[in-house]
Design a protein around this ligand. Structure first.
Ligand code: ATP
Ligand code: MG
Length: 415
């Protein structure tokens, strides 16, 4: 088949680095064909930093494996049932997927059949902007007009939205994710209607897949606007009914751009949520968050100390001492976003950034040295002195802490 190449991708660093050149040469020699596809092509066309490199090839997985072995390139076959081999070339990862069509789709599990037809492979991809191929020289093959859609900010399904969504319900969330990052103007009407109609099936998806998509969506600065559309279209209620505080999210994104610059997805998620600590436990479990993520999220949704713009700079120093600079900054941004009280944020934020918490200058040994026996009493005494030290705004030095210890506490035997 003669293919129509349309346009050219100007060469970027990731295409010309030795690792990419080496792998493509291995795949292209002896009659193989291989092209870049998906995120790396789309993000490069949209002038964004690409994250990972996906390669589509006419070689079947066994041939890919043989070539990689021959050139001593390490690889993983974890995605083999989807026709994907992950190669690591001098430390740089690549996903190599054989051109395929999805024969039957049961939710997320597609039976895979390989093909050597590029358009067939493009047809099984979700959106036109994700179905653009680029050769090593940057020649584009764009069978569904993805380049033009990207230019105009249109996120369109390849084929009929309803059918494509019923093949894989995750595509609902992917639609909103890509619309947040690449869309402009109103969302595609047919796509939106199809997403709305199938939203009741979202709970069938695995928690990991849902979580991955919403965190990616929240990285976009348009996340609040898109979340509002998702609320209105009855999408959110099917996977996270507690995530409705879209105004707080909107305020947070605005504050981040003047204070931080960092699009921190978990913090944005925290802004959306209204839940008790028990509710938070359920949410973290439902989304299979790691222990560390769950604990961070819980701190941000239900801080143990109340954080408001009345906290004062001493209060901020306490936050830094207990939670670290990053969390203190997040708690302040969230408090300002929730209350809409932004005027007093600046000096507090400054303190949360610049204050360096010192270590409490006493140790258990100091308590033992005045005659206490080791045991839980030692911890209680230390805690009491530490609370005094914090209340004194971290100023007392070790000698003053020792003095306080000796005057305020006497072991029972000496009393
Ligand atoms: P990013 O890597 O930035 O998350 P991506 O578009 O590269 O974005 P991947 O998950 O790496 O996303 O998938 C690579 C490509 O595989 C996509 O661009 C798309 O063409 C196709 N793809 C991925 N998931 C699906 C899906 N659920 N349905 C249809 N096609 C998909
Ligand atoms: Mg990718």
């Amino acid at each position: 088949m003669v293919e129509s190449f349309s346009g050219k991708l100007s060469l970027r660093a990731w295409m010309v680095v030795p690792e990419t050149q080496k792998l493509m040469k291995v795949l292209l020699e002896d009659g193989g064909d291989a092209r870049f596809v998906g995120g790396c092509v789309r993000d490069t066309l949209a002038n964004r930093k690409e994250l990972d490199i996906d390669i589509a090839t006419t070689l079947i997985p066994q041939q890919v494996i043989e070539r990689l072995k021959h050139h001593k390139i390490p690889f993983s076959t974890i995605g083999l049932k989807h026709g994907t081999i992950k190669a690591i070339v001098d430390g740089k990862p690549f996903e190599i997927t054989t051109l395929r069509l999805d024969v039957l789709t049961f939710g997320r599990h597609a039976d895979v059949k390989f093909t050597d037809d590029w358009k067939t492979d493009a047809s099984r991809r979700d959106f036109t902007i994700n179905a653009i191929f680029a050769t090593l020289d940057g020649n584009l093959y764009d069978p569904f007009g993805g380049v033009e859609d990207l230019r105009l900010g249109r996120v369109r399904f390849v084929g009929d939205p309803e059918k494509r969504i019923n093949e894989d319900i995750l595509r609902i969330l992917r639609f909103f994710r890509f619309y947040a990052h690449f869309g402009r103007g109103l969302p595609d009407d047919a796509a939106l209607r199809a997403c709305s109609a199938a939203a009741g099936q979202i709970p069938k998806l695995s928690a990991e897949r849902i979580c991955h998509e919403i965190m990616k969506l929240l990285e976009s600065d348009r996340c609040a606007e898109v979340w509002r559309i998702m609320l209105r279209s009855g999408i959110v209620e099917h996977f996270m009914p507690e995530a409705t505080n879209v105004e707080t999210l909107e305020n947070l994104v605005r504050l981040e751009s003047s204070y931080d610059g960092d699009a921190y997805a978990l913090r944005r998620f925290a802004a959306l949520i209204d839940a008790t600590p028990k509710g938070m436990k359920n949410i973290s479990q439902a989304l299979r968050l790691s222990k560390n993520q769950a604990s961070q999220l819980n701190k941000m949704v239900n801080p143990e100390v109340s954080v408001s713009m009345d906290i004062g700079e001493g209060g901020v120093r306490k936050l830094v001492y207990h939670y670290g600079n990053d969390m203190a900054r997040s708690l302040l941004l969230l408090a300002a976003a929730r209350s809409g009280d932004e005027e007093r944020l600046s000096p507090l934020y400054q303190t949360a950034t610049s204050f360096r918490a010192t270590r409490f200058p006493l140790l258990g040994d100091d308590v033992l040295a005045i005659g206490y026996e080791s045991g839980s009493e030692v911890g209680r005494v230390l805690d009491a002195i530490e609370s005094w030290w914090i209340a004194e705004d971290f100023k007392p030095r070790r000698t003053e802490c020792l003095k306080k210890l000796k005057t305020d506490f006497k072991p029972k035997a000496n009393k």
